[in-house]
Design a protein. Sequence first.
Length: 352
Amino acid sequence: MIIKIEKFHFILRLALVLALSGLFLLIFTPFIVPILLAAFVAFGSEPFIQKINFQQHFNSKRRNFFILGLFITLLLVILVPLTVFILRILKGLRSLSAESMQNSQFFQSLVNLWEKGQTLLTRGIDSIGLEIEILPGKDEMIAKYTPVILDKATLFLGSLPDLIMALIVFFCMLFLFILNAAMLKKFFIESSLLPEYEINLIAKKLQASCSMILISTVMIGTLQAFLVALGSSIFGYHEFFLIFSVTFFLSFIPVVGAAPVAVLLALISFLLGNSGDGVGLIVVAGITGSIDNILKPLIFSHAEKSLHPLVSLLGIIGSIIVFGLPGLLLGPLLLQVTIQLVPALSRRIVSA
């Protein structure tokens, strides 16, 4: 009888824990992506924070002030460029029309390239005795794509409230994760869900993967995007924020990387007859590409395992489909954590 009562109590406790946990997670489901990103950044920055604390011998109060200062710095680093980018979009939309778009330096370059390609193709077709108009003309291209650009820009502005809410959740959770890292680790250890050794193993692998990806994607990607955008501004393309944004996102993708943006702009310059600008952009592409080939091996020479670039590429594409743009960060993290943790935990399962 006593055994049955204890079994009933166990089942009731388990059901209560599962129900409350499920409802708790359900409440935060709309914010799952910014929470995951906050956890990723918190884990990735924890080794840096611990190193600073050790070198400076911070007490608890000074550590909290340091974390607050770091948090405010990160807030400014993210919000200032984002605010400038949004203001540029708003400013452009106020006067955006087919005529104003034609006056854009970047759009003019694309139109000139289009006309150049059409001329070369027409000459090639004429040389073999054919008369076929394959490429649409400038006016047709403007009439076709101007409404598309307007719709996309309007859609982006319509999603700003969701973006602002996601940023608020991200920064709040990031601050809580960094400030209470030790408390969270203690909670999982005391919960006895796993042995302390395995919890420490998971935390160590997750922290190392987050730190590696944070440096390799965000920091190196930002440096590459800045170099390409700066070089493009010097050599005739003055859409700094547009080029920076495109290069930054492409730098996350294995095999592709940041250099092709500078190569494409160099090709446009050569086709438009600006050979000097083209050569300069080729140099920029070489410098940008060398960052991947030099810095990453130096930074991650201690890494135990790495995925094949094609597997990483497919994983990132899949994570973008699932998570949207945040998948550029979450995809590599999930892949790296999987190859680090699954073999280690599998050995524990087999040996149990």
